[in-house]
Design a protein around this ligand. Sequence first.
Ligand code: GRF
Length: 218
Amino acid sequence: MTLRIAVLASGRGSNLQAILDAVAAGTLDAMVAGVWSDRGDAGALFRARDAGLPAQLVRPRDHADRRAHDAALFASIDAAAPDLIVCAGYMRLICAEAVEPRQGRMINIHPSLLPAFKGLHTHRQALEAGVDEHGASVHFVTADLDGGPVIAQARVPVRAGDDETALAQRVLAREHPLLLETLRWIAAGRVRLEAGTVRVDGRTGAAPLQLAANQRFA
Ligand code: GRF
């Protein structure tokens, strides 16, 4: 069954574009039901409109508080009846009332090897910590920011002389295949959240999946 995806994004939307390109190329059995953003200048909204997709701006300042904003946002998303909500660079905290009923149906891509380096400026955090390996993670969203069960990861080396920009580019190049491969597994019904734990092919303990250099999970 073709997976219906809702994408939430605040920024340039390169992860969204990777999804759109894979759907168009027939390498991901999915369709994007719409794109939602908290920022009118988000590149992701322009990419959605270019692709002829519904693109919805739900502005925080138009709502009394976070709870009211999230209620309006998720009412609009629910109307599109997605199977899965993908946070791809969505930079706002989502309140627990909106997250909890959707656990197992909402994922996030985060640019670090979780549980290391939650929150913002992850590449700076990695450089300051002096790690020799960094990367990206896809995880189920829970009320614990960047703390939900990790599904899959891609690793990159940190090289001598790296600055934030160089490291961010190396990670981003791996984020796109990581997100796509994770979506393929979810679309195939191979990955689920059950009782707070990731199950892969019905088994626990296999996650997080590791994206190999040939862009298939090892
Ligand atoms: C990515 O690094 C993603 O991991 C993080 O925000 C960035 C979004 O990039 N959550 P883009 O908007 O998809 O280009």
